[in-house]
Write a protein of this length. Structure first.
Length: 152
């Protein structure tokens, strides 16, 4: 910590000396250009900020502006709650097993009979799979897998 002393009598008061304390950890009120520091201190101050800003910009682009810490916290909280709920874990495992079995039966049936009925139909307002190309292999398995996963 560096201290500078000024004489308070210069401004007309007679209170004596006032001590101003300046923290060199980057919490100064004035920009680093105006601080009288040694060159090696100024380089350190610039390098950390010049590295942090582009890294944060790339991270924001990857997370679409959502705080990465908030996102990680959400998934961590969800995982902790799931770990503490063994009944919910069993329910999710059973649902996955049923849906995998449905898809496997459909895949076997579709291999023998390409005109078979799908194992799950899209909702009435969902027009994404109306094209005839979705009814042929491998697109039929892709869209059936997607709909089962979406329902899970």
């Amino acid at each position: 910590m560096a201290t500078t002393k000024t004489n308070a009598q210069d401004d007309g008061s007679d209170t004596g000396e006032i001590e101003h304390v300046r923290d060199r950890a980057g919490l100064d009120a004035e920009p680093p250009e105006f601080n009288k520091t040694f060159p090696f201190e100024a380089l350190d101050r610039y390098s950390t900020k010049s590295m942090d800003r582009p890294a944060n910009a790339h991270l924001a682009r990857f997370t679409l502006g959502v705080s990465s810490y908030g996102l990680a916290s959400t998934f961590f909280t969800w995982g902790v709650h799931l770990i503490g709920a063994p009944g919910k874990q069993m329910q999710l495992i059973e649902k996955v097993a049923r849906k995998v079995a449905r898809l496997a039966v459909y895949a076997g049936t579709a291999a023998r009979n390409p005109d078979c009925q799908p194992c799950i139909a899209p909702l009435a307002h969902d027009r994404r799979f109306d094209d005839a190309s979705w009814q042929h292999w491998p697109n039929n398995l892709i869209y059936q897998s997607f709909l089962l996963t979406q329902q899970w």
